[in-house]
Design a binder for this molecule. Structure first.
Ligand code: NAP
Length: 243
């Protein structure tokens, strides 16, 4: 890790990658309410003003000009992910990423990065989905042979389908012997809904999580960033960083 020498003592310096997006904007707003975090760079594909609310803005092509930072928080798109991962390795900084739709090569790169920096990637940073995941695991284990369907709904501009969270929930059910099927709905401004349905003859269980505000993901990612600082290199799960 870098020495964290140039920021105020106890303050974690953040680079926000994907800063113009829906998640990026929530991250910038909520980071500004925390005394233990300071955003030192906001990076997006394109940049208008050079400084917004005191935060220097960088285009993706200028990533290497960003100042020293302790942790990058990345909620961008798969084609931006690899460059921020490479920068974190180069600088010895941590990485918190929620970008979904990564390919196998990028997932392997996360594991490899864990040899030199602390990194956490999660398909969903909400506490409610962490609880949903444990309920899905329990239901799948208790209901062998039942049909298992993962149904997810998101806003019409979401690029990947099924969502990263749907795939994570399906993997958890599959690890218990279920054979999940996936349905995706893209409509309007839906923030994120996931239903895991177990069906047998004459009965059905539905486990549902509805996100109505993306601040829950941003808060979880900021919390993870604050808890990642000072940790040894490794790939961490959200559960490692939650009290
Ligand atoms: N894990 C979770 O809890 C969670 C929760 C919500 C969303 N997500 C995921 O987070 C990601 C972002 O979601 P969103 O709704 O905020 O998307 P969005 O509104 O489309 O924003 C994407 C942002 O990424 C930037 N970007 C795109 N390509 C880039 C590149 N090559 N280099 C640098 N920046 C680039 C865009 O810049 P421009 O604006 O300049 O084009 C924009 O600022 C998606 O993968 C989504 O699935 C994860």
């Amino acid at each position: 890790m870098n020495a964290y020498s140039s920021g105020p003592i106890g303050v974690t310096r953040l680079l926000v990658h994907g800063a113009n997006g829906r998640m990026g904007q929530a991250l910038l707003r909520l980071a500004g309410t925390r005394g233990d975090l300071q955003v030192v760079a906001a990076v997006a594909r394109t940049v208008g003003q050079r400084v917004i609310d005191g935060v220097p803005q960088y285009a993706a092509t200028e990533l290497h000009a960003a100042p020293e930072f302790d942790v990058a928080i990345d909620f961008s798109l798969p084609d931006g992910f690899s460059s921020v991962l490479a920068l974190c390795i180069e600088r010895g900084s941590g990485l918190v990423s929620g970008t979904t739709g990564l390919d196998d090569r990028q997932k392997t790169a996360i594991s490899a990065a864990g040899r030199s920096i602390p990194v956490v990637w999660a398909s969903n940073f909400s506490l409610g989905v962490a609880v949903l995941a444990s309920l899905v695991e329990r239901a799948a284990r208790a209901l062998p042979g039942w049909d298992c369907d993962v149904i997810e709904a998101h806003h019409s501009r979401k690029v990947d389908a099924p969502s990263g969270t749907a795939l994570t929930l399906g993997d958890i059910a599959a690890a218990q012997g279920a054979q999940p099927r996936y349905e995706s709905i893209r409509a309007g401004d839906i923030v994120g809904e996931h239903t895991v349905q177990f069906t047998s003859d004459g009965e059905r269980i539905e486990l549902v999580h509805r996100a109505t505000n993306r601040d829950i993901f941003a808060r979880g990612a900021l919390h993870a960033a604050a808890r990642l600082v000072g940790r040894p290199a490794g790939v961490y799960g959200l559960s490692d960083l939650i009290d």
